[in-house]
Ligand binder design. Structure first.
Ligand SMILES: C[S@@+](CC[C@H](N)C(=O)[O-])C[C@H]1O[C@@H](n2cnc3c(N)ncnc32)[C@H](O)[C@@H]1O
Length: 197
C-alpha cells in the first residue's frame, strides 16, 4: 500500500521537533494518537532514536501508510502501528509521553474528552501530553484564516471545530493533568503542553 504524503508535515515537522526535543523524557515510549500518514512518526523516530515511537490511527489506509513509511525510513525506535480509536478502549496501557497533532479539531467533540481521559490513564506522574493545531483562547480565534478554517471544518461536520484552550485546560484538570505551556507555532497554530500531576 502507498506511503501517503501529507503536505503539511513537510512544513511543520522541524518546528514540532524543536518543541518536542527538550520536553520529551530521556527514555521510554512516545504514544502518538492519529499518526495519519506516518511522516511525523518516521521523522521524529530518526531524530530521537533513543525513544520508542508508538504510532496509532483509526483509519486502515493510514495504518498501511505508516507501515510503508517505516519500510522506507526505518530507525531503531519505531514500533509496529496499532489501531487506536479515541472513542474505544486504547490498545496501549502505558506511555511516557502522548502526542496528538491535528486531530481534535477534525474529529467529533467526544474524541477530545476521550483523549484527556486516556492520556490521564496511560501517563506516569510528570508525563506529558502534546497537542498541536489551531486553538481558540477565551473563545477568540487567533487569525482570520482560522475563522475560515473552522467554517470549512463545520461544513464537513458540525461536531468538528477549533477547540478552546481554556476548555482543554479544564478537561486536563478533570483527568489529573495541568496545562503547562502554550507554544506559539507558525501558521497560527500552537502546541499545548500538558503534564500529569
Ligand atoms: C488531519 S489528520 C492528522 C494526521 C497527523 N497527526 C498529522 O498531523 O499529519 C487527523 C487524523 O486523526 C485521525 N482520527 C480521526 N478520528 C480519530 C479517532 N476517533 N481516533 C483516532 N484517530 C482519529 C484520522 O484518521 C487522521 O489520521
Amino acid at each position: 500500500m502507498p506511503a501517503l504524503d501529507f503536505a503539511a508535515t513537510h512544513r511543520n515537522r522541524d518546528v514540532l521537533l524543536e518543541v518536542l526535543t527538550p520536553r520529551l523524557p530521556a527514555r521510554g515510549t512516545v504514544l502518538e494518537i492519529g499518526s495519519g500518514s506516518g511522516q511525523h512518526h518516521v521523522f521524529f523516530g530518526a531524530a530521537l532514536p533513543h525513544l520508542n515511537w508508538q504510532p496509532t490511527d483509526l483509519a486502515e489506509e493510514h495504518l498501511e501508510s505508516i507501515v510503508a513509511w517505516q519500510d522506507l525510513q526505518p530507525s531503531a525506535g519505531l514500533l509496529p502501528a496499532k489501531k487506536l480509536d479515541l472513542l474505544a478502549p486504547w490498545p496501549v496501557r502505558e506511555a511516557d509521553a502522548v502526542l496528538c497533532f491535528n486531530v481534535i479539531h477534525i474529529s467529533p467533540w467526544a474524541c477530545t474528552p476521550a483523549l484527556f481521559q486516556g492520556a490521564g490513564q496511560v501517563l506516569p506522574a510528570a508525563g506529558r501530553l502534546f497537542l498541536y493545531g489551531p486553538f481558540t483562547f477565551g473563545g477568540e480565534h487567533t487569525s482570520a484564516s482560522n475563522v475560515r478554517f473552522e467554517g470549512w471544518l463545520k461544513s464537513m461536520d458540525p461536531d468538528f471545530g477549533v477547540r478552546d484552550a481554556e476548555t482543554l485546560a479544564q478537561l486536563a484538570q478533570d483527568n489529573g493533568l495541568e496545562l503547562l505551556e502554550k507554544v506559539a507555532m507558525p501558521a497560527n497554530n500552537f502546541t499545548l503542553v500538558f503534564e500529569k500531576r
